[in-house]
Design a protein. Structure first.
Length: 209
């Protein structure tokens, strides 16, 4: 069964509060999403495998650890997931980046896929799918389905804010995908927005409306 991790690190929580604030403008919103993505990447990589090598320090030889070369991929769900990519690449600069384009039909709330471009060796990579919001769960479920259809086997999902409804749907659809979130909010409203949430992540990130 999928595990759900809520990152309660004080820096993540502090920055998330400012992200939520309706007074926070596009520039600051973008910067804060980038910073939180970096902090979350730090937490999510906690279980990355290490191997021991020998290194010559100025003083002596030492046995020391390095990452054991697992291949990573970051897959933002367009549009809003893009806002989290650079923050993760700051810590994992060699990761490849794939894109899955989905939008949520405003009437039906069903995800509509319009673009997929992925690294060719996707089946060998550990993938982190990113999107600031997990609301009804439709977009995340569909994006991950799309990745699995193309051979992906090892997937984590990371978002800033999740609704309990979305978490349940995602766990049920993809029990092999662990979920990493900064906040588990209260509920969805009648328009499928997360309450209290942060509003429309794509619009706030890109200054559209
Ligand atoms: C938002 C958000 C998620 C999706 C979450 O994207 O970035 O992808 O909604 O909702 P769900 O869990 O109910 O599917 P949106 O559809 O607004 O597209 P955008 O990023 O292009 O603005
Ligand atoms: N998409 C968003 O951008 N915000 C929500 O609250 C729900 C879906």
């Amino acid at each position: 069964m999928a595990k759900v991790y809520v990152f309660d690190h004080p820096l993540i929580q502090h920055k998330l509060t400012h992200i939520r604030d309706v007074q926070t403008g596009t520039k600051e919103f973008r910067e804060l999403v980038d910073e939180v993505a970096t902090l979350m990447a730090f937490e999510i990589t906690r279980d990355m495998p290490l191997e021991e090598i020998e290194v010559q320090t100025p003083v002596s030889k030492a046995k020391a650890k390095v990452l054991s070369g697992k291949k990573l991929g970051i897959v933002p769900i367009l549009r809003a997931g893009i806002g989290m990519v650079d923050g993760i690449l700051k810590l994992i600069p060699t990761a490849k980046v794939g894109h899955v384009g989905l939008y949520r039909d405003p009437e039906t709330l069903q995800p509509v896929e319009y673009y997929v471009k992925l690294p060719s060796d996707i089946e060998e990579r550990e993938l982190i799918v990113v999107d600031p919001m997990l609301a009804t769960g439709g977009s995340a479920v569909e994006a991950i389905h799309s990745l699995k259809k193309r051979g992906a086997r090892n997937i984590k999902f990371m978002c800033l804010i999740a609704a309990p409804e979305g978490v349940e749907i995602l766990k049920e659809a993809h029990p092999d995908v662990d979920i990493y979130i900064a906040s588990l909010d209260e509920k969805l409203n009648e328009k499928g927005y997360i309450v209290p949430g942060l509003g429309d992540a794509g619009d706030r990130l890109f200054g559209t409306k």
